[in-house]
Design a protein around this ligand. Sequence first.
Ligand code: BTN
Length: 362
Amino acid sequence: MDSHTRTPRASTPRQHPTRAPRADAPAGFVAGRPRAFTTHLHSHLFLLRQALAGGQEVSGQELARALGRTRTAVWKAVELLRELGYGLEGSPHRGYRLVHVPDVPFPWELELCRRGRFGHPLVYLPVVGSTNDEARRLAESGWPEGTTVVADQQRAGRGRRGRAWASPAGGLWFSVVLRPQLGTPQVGLVALGAGLAVVRALAPLCRVPLALKWPNDVMAADRKLCGVLAELEADHEQVRYVVVGVGINVQSPELEAQEGSLPPVGLSELGCSARRVEVLAAVLRELELVYQRLQQDGPKALVAEVEQWLAWKGRAIRIETGASPVEGLLEGLDDQSGALRVRTCDGRLLAVASGDVTLRVT
Ligand code: BTN
């Protein structure tokens, strides 16, 4: 996990508000027109979308009642949804019928399919530098655990080991704020657990078997479907927060290969027809379950499950560690730390805690 440590600020108490402070709106508001959408600020769009969910025509009066607002306010909200790509037939007199929902992870769409705490609040930004940077900014301002930032496109997406992460429009790029009650040695397992959460969520949606390339890349037939970048902020030994950034490729033709990595593959090529918001809801749910279990039961069960999904077990691998590369047979994972156990050709068993794994060409 990438980490940032700093000297504690003596007078600043740790604050974990349960609601996001409204005044601290995320970046991206342009000329008075919101380019960012946030759960709390757009709850009227959730109410409208919920009232229209059945696909039947609903009168303006009923919608006004559902929203607790005037019919003019309903008309304005309907116009906003139309601008955002929704298909709404009808008029203020006749009422409205929802005929098309765009495949965009707006906060009100996540509210309709979210289970559990994570993903609330959600900030959706059409374009951002990096969702990890935006989530870190919100974490610093005291937004609660589970706060999620999702973008359609990133201009400065970041990967592990300082690499760039190509994030074209239409992918699923998001970051979650966590405030783990774990010591810094165990907090590294959050990054491993995030990969597990993604593979658990995506496997039932894809027609091709998925596997985990240690520590947390999700791959399908030796191509990379997802990468995870977990960043830790700590004051010496005290964990302040972790931001887990997840990049899931969706449309294969748009994708560029990441430097030093497997060729990319998108969900669409793997037979997944779920909307991005449904994929997001599934990953957030699994992330919450994996994270809760890690905090309650410790690393053993998590590491054992990661090992079941682990790619290249028993195969000859090479790990670029930054120092001298390690080569040997991949035996499994250390059940406490999640480090790779590698048997070298001279019979030694090494535990490798970080690095890039490739299959060795023999
Ligand atoms: C890797 O495999 O190198 C990790 C890639 C992580 C990409 C995600 S996309 C959402 C979040 N924001 C970023 O800038 N990076 C992560």
